[in-house]
Ligand binder design. Structure first.
Ligand SMILES: [Zn+2]
Length: 438
């Protein structure tokens, strides 16, 4: 019988005692023993959750493109353990950032599985029935592949915000179970995601604590920025037959491998193996590489780059890209200003948030609010518009700009709006801010 590690509600007991490695006294995490090799980093979801709230979040997000509902919850849960912060949990007031592991470790989201798979297929799914206070469990041993099951007897919710206390949080519980999959046992720290019992309905488990972070780093070592590949942007074409250029760091001169979600590329059931484009050389000192998009086309997801070799530090974090047809929703970026009726000579500060990670931005102003179209996106400000400030977002999609109101602005009304272009060249816009200058 496989050993299982579960997350229980309240005081239910851990099933299957593990032999624990003892960490330093300040730490409370515990290790199962063993780590996931590069060929076990993939994970999928068999989305058979039938609860009415388990798949009712249908709002797309640029950081987890192409998937909504329980699938997005699972992908976000895996992202939290990633080597690098790559985005906020927009719409999720409980999470300011996703990707807090900062170890040489990244899960690879491989889309939706067509069935629950075997015990080594790295698939998350639901399971009929119940087992006392147990919410979910991860089947061990993990190093040759794992499986996670959620008991159907609970009412599951994929809400990216604050899940009702009447229901249990899919993302938080998945974050805990994926911690087992990567090699963490239960922590004795009551606020850690890896504590054996969920706090409340599990929402707080979405964000890992420093104890969890120390745990994943104990297994995979702290992120080695001199070695671990990173991806900062994608350019060119992601259409079938197109050439996509990836910019980043630490690519090897030859034999890099591009990893893509294989849900569609491998006829919907790949056995879990990512779709790989092998033998890719880099240029510019290991910062640029290009690959030809398969003639079948690819699907929205995340690109990972594996450098030459199969060591623990060879796989980059995932860089999301969205091939979805249609423009993003309008006003998805939040723009505010410290004073809407400033005097000339006074400083005002514009702040923005909820923009795509790493996007290039322009803060635009106009004397008209008659609307305009910029790169296919509808803006509230009219043409002509002028540039107030420009730059590149950080991972958290926020920024600010302070400007002194010039004397010639006296008595005028000025309209401002933020433009942000993500790594695929898609344009997002903010709400419009109106300044009535005294
Ligand atoms: Zn557990």
């Amino acid at each position: 019988m496989n050993k299982v590690l579960n997350l229980a509600l309240g005081s239910a007991l851990l099933v299957g005692a593990a032999v624990l490695a003892i960490p330093s006294s300040a730490d409370a995490y515990a290790l199962i023993g063993g780590k996931l090799q590069i060929n076990q980093r993939d994970f999928r979801c068999s989305n058979d959750f039938s609860d009415p709230y388990a798949n009712d979040n249908q709002t797309p997000h640029a950081n987890w493109p192409g998937y909504q509902g329980a699938n997005m919850s699972m992908w976000k849960a895996g992202s939290e353990w990633s080597s690098r912060n790559f985005g906020d949990g927009s719409g999720d007031g409980t999470q300011n950032s996703v990707g807090d592991g900062l170890a040489n470790f990244n899960f690879f989201w491989n889309g939706e599985a067509s069935n629950t798979g075997g015990t080594n297929d790295n698939i998350i799914s639901h399971l009929n029935g119940s087992s006392g206070g147990v919410l979910a469990y991860c089947e061990m041993p993990h190093t040759d592949g794992w499986r996670i099951r959620f008991y159907e007897s609970w009412s599951w919710d994929d809400n990216p915000g604050n899940t009702s206390s009447a229901r249990m949080d899919l993302q938080g519980v998945a974050t805990h179970e994926l911690g087992h999959a990567l090699g963490l046992d239960h922590s004795s720290n009551g606020s850690a995601t890896m504590y054996y019992a969920a706090s409340g309905n599990g929402v707080s488990s979405r964000s890992i604590e420093s104890d969890d972070k120390n745990g994943v780093q104990a297994i995979y070592d702290p992120r080695d920025t001199a070695v671990l590949p990173t991806i900062t942007s994608l350019a060119g074409s992601l259409a079938a037959g197109g050439t996509c250029t990836v910019t980043g760091t630490n690519f090897t001169a030859t034999n890099n491998t591009v990893w893509l979600n294989s849900d569609v590329l491998n006829s919907n059931d790949s056995g879990g193996e990512p779709y790989k484009i092998t033998g890719v050389s880099s240029s510019n000192g290991g910062t640029t590489l290009s690959f030809t998009v398969p003639s079948s086309g690819i699907e929205s997801g995340a690109i990972h780059i594996q450098m030459d070799g199969a060591g623990q530090k060879s796989l980059s974090e995932g860089h999301p890209f969205d091939l979805a047809a249609g423009p993003p929703p309008t006003d998805s970026i939040l723009l505010t200003v410290t004073d809407t009726t400033p005097n000339t000579g006074q400083n005002v500060t514009f702040d923005w948030s909820q923009a795509p990670a790493w996007a290039t931005y322009e803060l635009l102003y106009s004397f008209r609010a008659t609307g305009s179209v910029i790169n296919g996106q509808n803006f509230d400000i009219g043409a002509p518009h002028n540039l107030a400030n420009s730059g590149t977002m950080g991972w958290d999609g926020t920024g600010s700009y302070t400007v002194r109101i010039p004397g010639k602005g006296a008595g005028r009304t000025v309209y401002l709006e933020l433009r942000a272009d993500d790594s695929t060249g898609t344009t997002f816009d903010s709400n419009m801010v109106t300044l009535n200058i005294n």
